[in-house]
Design a protein around this ligand. Structure first.
Ligand code: SF4
Length: 266
């Protein structure tokens, strides 16, 4: 019997969550409570829609011809809340010859995550800050599982992209960025690091859910702040994507799409 999982939505022409054109599965449910969450409607584990892996693979097969140079990314929410489901999606994608990527916060026990990581060709690991107290303030959870996963991915040589959201007056302090950069520089598997400038395009979802949006008065990251942050990573020899209008455009594109991807699309 096909494994069941709970998803928020899918996107058939993703361009920012891994290489090439990708089919993106946004899983439902997340244990984090990021202050800047752009997908607040993905967080409750009880919402979304239950689907089988067979159903998703059927959808993916319809797009297969243009996924050849891209692949399939499972994002969220937090995909590692549903490890068996994600592992099965990846296994079936491999049978179709498709590249697989896992977009995760890393907040999961390593023992649970390992079988899924094994099946992912690429991991997009979001490290939302480095100073533990700040990480907790941003996410409401501990940073330890994420750092443990980052070290493990380096040990096994898993291709990894790190993502860091730059939020003025929250994650942008120099000590936080420098410590994160020092840590990332110790990893041997990181192909690139994306600095994603904070924006408020997901604010309307908080309003729809009746949740208070604490970052209402936080400004967008300025080009100068973005460049200064990018330089801290580049100074340590890290391949950084960010600070360009291309990166900003890609993020806007994804958010625009996510507005359209409501459950009716399933
Ligand atoms: S990990 Fe992602 S989905 Fe979960 S709360 Fe943070 S931003 Fe939202």
């Amino acid at each position: 019997m096909s494994v069941l999982g709970r998803i928020h939505s899918v996107e058939t022409l993703g361009t920012v969550d891994g290489p090439g054109i990708r089919f993106i599965v946004f899983t439902q449910g997340c244990p984090l409570r990021c202050l800047y969450c752009h997908n607040a409607d993905c967080r409750s584990a009880h919402d979304g829609k239950e689907v089988t892996v067979d159903y998703l693979i059927n959808q993916i097969q319809k797009c297969k011809s243009y996924l050849r140079k891209g692949g399939v990314t499972v994002s969220g929410g937090e995909p590692l809340m549903q490890p068996d489901f994600v592992k099965e999606i990846f296994a079936r994608c491999h049978q179709l010859g498709l590249h697989t990527a896992l977009d995760t916060s890393g907040y999961c026990s390593l023992e649970i995550a390992k079988p899924v990581l094994e099946m992912a060709d690429l991991v997009l690991l979001d490290i939302k800050s480095y100073i533990p107290e700040l990480y907790y303030k941003v996410t409401n959870v501990s940073i330890e599982p994420t750092l443990a996963m980052a070290k493990y991915l380096s040990e096994i040589g898993k291709p990894t992209w790190i993502r860091f959201v730059l939020v003025p007056h929250l994650t942008d302090n120099i000590e936080n960025v420098e410590k994160l950069a020092d840590f990332v520089a110790t990893l041997t598997n990181v192909e690139r690091l994306d600095v994603l400038p904070f924006h408020k395009m997901g604010e309307y979802k908080w309003e729809q859910l009746g949740l208070p949006y604490e970052l209402k008065d936080t400004p967008s990251a300025s080009p100068e702040l973005l460049q200064q942050t990018v330089n801290i990573f580049r100074d340590r020899g890290i391949n950084v994507i960010g600070g360009s209008s291309e990166a900003m455009g890609a993020i806007s594109l994804r958010e625009e799409r996510s507005r359209k991807l409501e459950r009716a699309d399933l």
